[in-house]
Design a protein around this ligand. Structure first.
Ligand code: NAD
Length: 422
């Protein structure tokens, strides 16, 4: 461990918390991970990872050396010099921000906070959360934020499955309540991240993360809408995007797809929509993008129906083999995956649905298990539908053996009218 380095507690050891813990530990910083789920705590302490981006071989030496240890006990957090909150920030049943995990954690922390500690929120949320929601709860400790303890917001930018940018190399934005809070947070992340971007306030840091997510949501919606139009006009949207992407300036390619998934893009923009109402403001782009993107599963199913129809087959009774159900390639994350909606719609039309996903062995709610992807499974289907383009899938085999292919990711090789693309 690096002498004199601060001791870090990470609250919430999920897709964000566990990679962050290993990043700090790799830099020689001792980490305590707190999670409500005992099974996760036990796995971390045994050096076994449950997050695909963190191989167990990377975690195990830290667990053995004690650089990373995990607990369910809030009392242990007193040990830390810095506490980083990586808890879920979902929407509730009314699609309004649900900060209960973050504020519940703040309440638990407030009973144990020490003067001089640094608290950083990483969970995505609306501007004002750190100052107006988190600080007052932490101050129930009797300590003042920005005076007795330090408080900052630093958005997480992890992109699960991505290998070219890591938690270490992705620039880290930090905004503290005071200059000293920002400095303390920058010093902390500077131990593990190569580039620190200081901003003037937690609100700027909070809004930065939302801008990034809204930018993606809106651009994906734009290209999805054009994909539907191009389908009608019989223009190949993929070729259009590739051609547009040759412009060396002023254009950034986004690809259409079966809809948004994950914990971020479908959810985070609506944190801002909710907050904007307080300012008598309607976030039209966010709403419109949400509307367009949420129509994609239904559009995709209509495309499967048309493809089958071209072979004089109805959806009802057809054997549909869905390839890839995770929300994005090469990960096992099912949160908000559009594949679930597509499967639901296919079943509602009477299709016989099976699926293959090398990362997701079963869909318990649907009562489905991933089938082996061999020539028999493909030739025994009426149509293979590529929903998520995992690297491990042999698309040459898919196109060779399946009687019909519908491809929402543009990964299937061409094959004389057999492949229908989004
Ligand atoms: N996953 C991503 O790609 C990603 C990227 C950027 C930002 N974020 C943001 O980071 C935050 C965390 O997301 P995540 O994907 O890591 O979520 P996650 O669900 O994977 O992890 C959260 C962890 O917190 C634990 N937990 C939940 N409630 C708890 C409580 N009350 N006390 C202690 N532990 C508790 C859970 O068991 C889980 O291990 C969210 O705000 C998310 O929007 C996520």
């Amino acid at each position: 461990m690096t002498a004199g380095a601060p001791r870090v507690a990470i609250i919430g050891m999920g897709y964000v918390g566990l990679p962050l813990a290993t990043t700090f530990a790799d830099a020689g910083v001792a980490v305590l991970g707190l999670d409500a789920v005992q099974a996760k705590v036990d796995m971390i302490n045994a050096g076994e990872s449950y997050i695909e981006d963190v191989p167990s071989e990377r975690l195990a030496p830290h667990a053995a050396a004690g650089t990373i240890r995990a607990t369910t006990s809030w009392d242990e957090v007193r040990w830390a010099d810095a506490i980083i909150i990586c808890l879920p920030t979902p929407l509730d049943e009314h699609r309004e921000p649900d900060l209960s995990a973050v504020l519940g954690a703040a309440e638990s922390l407030s009973q144990r906070l020490r003067a001089g500690q640094l608290v950083v929120l990483e969970s995505t949320t609306y501007p004002g959360t750190t100052r107006d929601e988190l600080a007052p709860v932490l101050e129930r400790s009797g300590l003042r934020a920005g005076r007795d303890f330090h408080l900052a917001f630093s958005p997480e930018r992890v992109d699960p499955g991505r290998e070219d940018w890591t938690t270490t190399t992705t620039p880290k934005v930090v905004g503290g309540l005071t200059e000293e809070c920002t400095q303390r947070a920058a010093d902390l992340y500077g131990l593990a991240c190569t580039t620190i971007v200081r901003v003037k306030s937690p609100e700027v840091a909070e809004m930065t993360k939302l801008l990034e997510n809204i930018f993606r949501s809106v651009n994906i919606a734009l290209v999805n809408e054009l994909a539907i139009l191009c389908d009608r006009m019989k223009i190949d949207i993929w070729e259009v995007i590739d051609a547009a992407a040759t412009k060396p300036f002023g254009f950034m390619p986004f690809r259409p797809g079966p809809g948004l998934g994950g914990h971020c893009i479908p959810i985070d923009p609506f944190y801002l929509t909710w907050k904007a109402r307080e300012f008598d403001f309607h976030t039209e782009f966010i709403e419109l993008a949400g509307k367009v993107n949420s129509q994609m599963p239904a559009f995709c199913v209509s495309k499967v129906a048309r493809a089958l129809n071209s072979q004089r087959k109805p959806l009802n009774g057809s054997r549909v083999l869905v390839l890839g159900v995770a929300y994005k390639p090469n990960v096992n994350d099912m949160r908000e995956s559009p594949a679930l909606k597509i499967i639901q719609l296919l079943l509602a039309e009477g299709a016989q649905v099976s699926y293959h996903d090398p990362h997701v062995s079963e869909l318990p709610r649907q009562g489905l298990r991933s089938t082996a992807l061999d020539a028999g499974a493909l030739s025994g289907s009426d149509v293979a539908v590529i929903v998520t383009d995992h690297r491990a899938v042999d698309y040459e085999l898919v196109v060779r053996e399946a009687p019909l292919v519908v491809d929402f990711r543009n990964v299937a090789p061409d094959a004389d009218g057999k492949v229908w693309r989004l």
